[in-house]
Design a protein around this ligand. Sequence first.
Ligand code: FES
Ligand code: FE2
Length: 384
Amino acid sequence: MQRSTIDNPPFIAMPELDLPQRQSPDALMLTGFWYRALSADRVHRKRLHPALLLEIPLVIGRDTQGRPFALRDACPHRGMPLNCGRFDGENLECGYHGWQFDVHNGQCQHIPSLTPDQKLTVDRIYAGSYPCEEQDDFIWVYIPDPGPPGAGFGPPAAAPVPAPTIEKFSNHYKLAHLQAEMPVSIDHGIIGLMDPAHGPFVHQAWWWRSRHSIHEKQKHFEPIPNGFRMTAHTPSSNSAPYKLLRLYAEADSITTTIDFVLPNIRTETIRAGKYWFSSLTTVTPITRRQCRIDVVAAWNLFRWIPFAPGLLKFVFGKFVEQDRRTMQLQAEGLKHNPHLMLIDDADRPAKWYFQLKAAHLEAKRTGSSMQHPMSGPVTLKWRS
Ligand code: FES
Ligand SMILES: [Fe+2]
């Protein structure tokens, strides 16, 4: 992954009287993680769907049993996109010279041009293949670190951990998802997601809040592996599910936890007695200039009100659309690579994100364990 000044605008941190620090991460897109590729309801049996993840073209599908798979969308023979081939539910046949591949490990099964006396070992040829799992309405694909040149003549290495799942606290629950594409880099997508100060300006609605509802807030953060957590036990939260949960429980019995972990995952868990709401939001790098936000929520509230899931989806849909529109405008401003700044305390989570990313890359480079940028719990204050 190389640096690019266009896509990697220099962030200047503005601590009290420190010299401005550059906050540009070394790589925009982190490999070695699971990413959401497509929503599961868009991937059909015996059909092929092209998808782009971290600028890697993929072809995604399901076999006859419904099991998902992900291959690199380029034939290892002469690069024909495999999504233009034929798929019988088991093997994928390239549309150019008819080579056939097992969709789950990419192994070549047949090369039609070979004569019986030609001894090419067909099964030593592989199309690029990626670990692939279906989880909470999404097809997840594991993008490994780039291998040494010449690698790829083998089955995919297994992912070191399973794909992330939403935490659920009862057997019966509802699940819904939303997505929106943003014409900004993964970094802007993520810091926009964790930014607490834009709420009163971007997420105004008569039924929600206005800029006049701004007030001072104080939140507690602590380091967790690969990320940080905001813990709260407070009636002052403005979050959407929180307001809805207050219909069910006393404000001070409600607990909220919001985690961010590399590379791109924000989870929010709200509990009020036996009721709970849980969401897992990801910002997925599609290209260096484009990302996609996927929100999946699970909850056991309002199961008896027929329109409640629709209502929740409406509220979230509004928020996501407001963020999308804002980032679309922001992308105009970013086109000419302006200097930017991050201020305390409202942008501290954004600074942690850049520091976590840098620490992760440094640990990878040196092979040592990651030095977490936070040394302990921190309380942040801002008005929003
Ligand atoms: S390019 Fe795919 S079989 Fe030749
Ligand atoms: Fe937002």
